[in-house]
Design a protein around this ligand. Sequence first.
Ligand SMILES: [Cu+2]
Length: 146
Amino acid sequence: MTGAGRFQLFAALAFAVCFAGALHAAEVRAKADVTCQPTGTPLQYDCTIRLLHARTNEPLSDVALTVGANMPSMPLAHNVRPVKATVGTAPGTHEARIELEMLGDWALRLDLTGKVRDRVVKVLRFERDSVGPATAAAKPPSQHKH
Ligand SMILES: [Cu+2]
């Protein structure tokens, strides 16, 4: 085999591997159910994240999870350090304690690594005594005050 032939073979193999990887990544997308509760310490919440295969709804196991947080209305205003989630008891579940900087709508950024690599963003409204669906879309951004 000539040098050029070897290079072509290598390029073809590399392409095949990349292509397969891209297909795989596109196929296995994660989705997440996130529930959070106040811990009693202001701005601190305990979250349970259930990771599911987007297509089959099977719990995703063998995945490491990191949880970051940002305010969609103020993308550069906050700097919450991402935390590593611990594996929960139920299949596909993870637990994370997050510390926010103010009340309001926060986008939780779920970064999955391991068997599945993906990023899922969930926006929730964090109140003093509860956590519920985000409401920012229904309000003008001018109501966001620090
Ligand atoms: Cu803010």
